[in-house]
Design a protein around this ligand. Structure first.
Ligand SMILES: *Cc1c(COP(=O)(O)O)cnc(C)c1O
Length: 424
């Protein structure tokens, strides 16, 4: 096995024999096209990110947050990328790579539907047929995203096994891939899976920190004290951290979903959180060794978060390794604090963030108001991984159901929530 995709004890290629030819072919293509820019692949990728995606995204000074917390807070606006989240960087990179490899067909899995919609957009843009595997339960919960994928010409294949969610969708996509490797590329949605996926997905997202590092140096003449992002699988996190890894004076903070509690219910096999970096144990899932939420018998547990995009029992192997090395600081924020941060950012800055993103702002708040030690310093850059339009229904439901601080408009908001909830 090549050293690509080994991060200390984590990473690797734990896949069935039938997939090894595909993995080897992909590793070769990754080295040639991505690492060595063969045939000008990376130039075309960057050109398309600019014209189709809208890059570079701004680095914005957040006036109100900076005043509120007595810090200089800068926002990397990935919510302004086409599609409303960072996910297009990776989807576009992989679909373009599939084209260079001579593949004729794209498949992908999706849970909440965000990765499926990004992949469907990229496939339509590059004129590739696309099929998305999605659990039946998720299809019912995420109808708008199903429409988006179909509007972009993708076929959405319902997965009826198990609980009909992300885990089963991944297995089904792997099965399709094993049977059709010669003409098909599987677009994985985060820095997870067997090598070379974690490294390749990181490299496609590294444009986030390449831009942000230049932008902050141009603006302030200095590096920030800390850089922060929310972490599900960890792709927006690694994209935001990549170019700062070799700047030891910059602290890197990965904020996971603390859910409703960090306490595990062993009997039910449920972790009411997705705080894998803080509470996970080493194991193998979806082709890689990494930190996982598992019980004492090594069974993978169901995870939980109010935000669908963070609700995952694993985490990218590179991120797990950087935490073990003390280069990345793991943090977590619970459902309530994330919801409060969602309302605060919307009201303070006129930016409605994705619920995933709101976790990073929940941590900024907790650090600045002294809920725990403030380890962020004076100049903070936060990755706004996506916009929150997709989450409005969830936010109305969850805010009205909880006793949380949604700011001065809270009462009005609760009224609107009660009367308007059904029609949203
Ligand atoms: C999917 C998603 C995430 C979580 O995925 P990562 O791979 O951890 O980045 C975070 N934010 C938004 C807006 C997302 O859509």
């Amino acid at each position: 096995m090549s050293s690509i995709g080994e991060f200390g004890d984590y990473g690797g290629q734990y896949v069935p024999e039938a997939l090894m030819p595909a993995i080897e072919e992909l590793t070769d293509a990754y080295e040639r096209y991505v690492l060595h820019n063969e045939d000008g692949f990376m130039d075309e990728f960057r050109e398309r990110l600019k014209d189709f995606g809208g890059r570079p995204t701004p680095l914005q000074y957040a006036d109100q947050l900076s005043e509120r917390y007595d810090k200089d807070v800068y926002l990397k606006r990935e919510d302004l990328l086409h599609g409303g989240a960072h996910k297009l960087n990776n989807a576009l990179g992989q679909v373009l790579l599939a084209k260079y490899m001579g593949k004729e067909r794209i498949i992908a899995e999706t849970g909440a539907g965000q990765h499926g919609t990004a992949t469907a957009m990229a496939a339509a843009h590059l004129d590739m047929p696309c099929e998305i595997y999605m659990g039946e339960t998720d299809i019912a919960r995420q109808r708008p995203n199903v429409f988006r994928m179909r509007l972009n010409g993708a076929e959405v294949n319902p997965v009826t096994t198990g609980r009909g969610t992300l885990k089963e969708a991944i297995s089904e996509t792997m099965r399709d891939w094993a049977a059709t490797v010669e003409r098909t590329h599987y677009v994985i949605g985060s820095i997870v899976g067997p090598a070379p996926f974690p490294s390749m997905v990181r490299d496609f997202h590294a444009v986030i920190s390449e831009e942000a590092r230049k932008q902050i140096l141009d603006t302030t003449g200095d590096l920030p004290d800390s850089v922060m992002a929310c972490a599900g699988g960890g792709s927006n996190t690694m994209g935001m951290f990549a170019e700062f890894i070799d700047d030891p004076e910059v602290d890197l903070v990965a904020v996971e979903a603390g859910g409703s509690s960090l306490q595990v219910d062993e009997e039910e096999g449920v972790a009411p959180n997705s705080a894998t970096l803080s509470t996970g144990e080493e194991g193998v899932l979806h082709g890689a060794r990494t930190k996982l939420l598992q019980d004492s018998d090594g069974q993978i547990m169901e995870s939980h978060s109010v935000s669908a995009g963070l609700d995952y029992a694993g985490v990218g192997p590179e991120l797990a390794h950087l935490v073990d090395e003390d280069r990345v600081i793991p943090a977590n924020v619970d459902d309530d604090a994330a919801l409060e941060a969602f309302h605060r950012l919307s009201q303070d800055e006129g930016i409605i963030p994705a619920l995933e993103t709101a976790h990073a702002f929940g941590y900024l708040h907790a650090a600045a108001v002294g809920d725990h030690e403030d380890n962020l310093g004076d100049v903070v850059v936060i990755n706004v991984s996506g916009r929150g339009d997709k989450d409005l229904e969830t936010v109305v439901e969850e805010t009205t159901a909880r006793d949380i601080d949604a700011g001065p408009e809270m009462d009005l908001f609760r009224q609107v929530g009660r009367s308007g909830g059904d029609s949203m």
